[in-house]
Design a protein around this ligand. Structure first.
Ligand SMILES: [Mg+2]
Length: 230
């Protein structure tokens, strides 16, 4: 049987606590999966469906990299360099959430570093942006295979421009509306009316949850199948 430190308890009602889900797994299922006391098990839920356990600590399909476009996504353009509202907090969230955050832009590296420096100086971006990993690439699309030591399936690319997305990597693309300060201006004030970066956080979170769910489901199915074969 499982003890409390296995992180599986509660009722079949799902509660969210500190970003983790705590829930119960029915006893017959625990027995069927031969979970042992003290074993570490991670559980993921999607909407109101439970029910998943992963028994392996790492998943090769996990999203490990967030690739960020620059122009139209984080700032207006390399010329006007107007930071998108919420930029600092967005970048900080990315940094806290992903193992790797990389810059994937058609702006050349020297110019990008210059822009990053300006954004840091004006407190519109955290200091680490100056030293962020920069992806070198060529061609007309941002092929995710240019990102070193990573499979495309392990990357999310946040980009406003569909034209640069590789046709067989569209599933890894997270679109964001192009940031154009001239159309984002609230006519009644000088404040820019744009909360796309905040929306992007929500979208990325749900993308990560969906990925975990998909993987956990596969794990559960394979465990159940192997159990049935015994
Ligand atoms: Mg762009």
């Amino acid at each position: 049987m499982l003890s409390n430190n296995t992180q599986l308890f509660g009722t079949s009602k799902i509660m969210k606590q500190d970003e983790d889900y705590w829930l119960s797994i029915p006893e017959p299922l625990l027995n069927a999966l031969s979970l042992k006391e003290g074993q570490t098990v991670s559980v993921t839920v999607s909407q109101d469906q439970l029910i998943i356990t992963t028994l392996t600590p790492s998943n090769p399909q996990d999203i490990k990299v967030l690739a960020l476009d620059l122009e139209g996504t984080l700032i207006s353009s390399a010329v006007s360099q107007i930071p998108r509202p919420g930029l600092f907090d967005f970048l900080q969230w990315c940094h806290d959430t992903f193992e790797r955050v990389v810059m994937y832009t058609s702006v050349n590296e020297g110019k990008f570093r210059e822009i990053a420096h300006t954004l840091v100086q004006s407190h519109d971006a955290p200091e680490w942006l100056v030293d962020i990993e920069y992806i070198h690439w060529y061609g007309s699309t941002k092929d995710l295979r240019f990102i070193p030591n990573m499979f495309p399936e392990q990357v999310i690319l946040l980009d406003d421009c569909e034209m640069v997305i590789n046709s067989d990597e569209t599933s890894q693309w997270l679109p964001i509306k192009c940031f154009d300060p001239s159309v984002s201006k609230n006519p009644k004030s000088s404040v820019l009316d744009d909360n796309e970066l905040e929306n992007a956080i929500a979208k990325i979170k749900s993308r990560l949850d969906a990925k975990k769910f998909e993987y956990a489901k596969t794990q559960l199915e394979s465990l159940t199948n192997s159990k049935l074969r015994e």
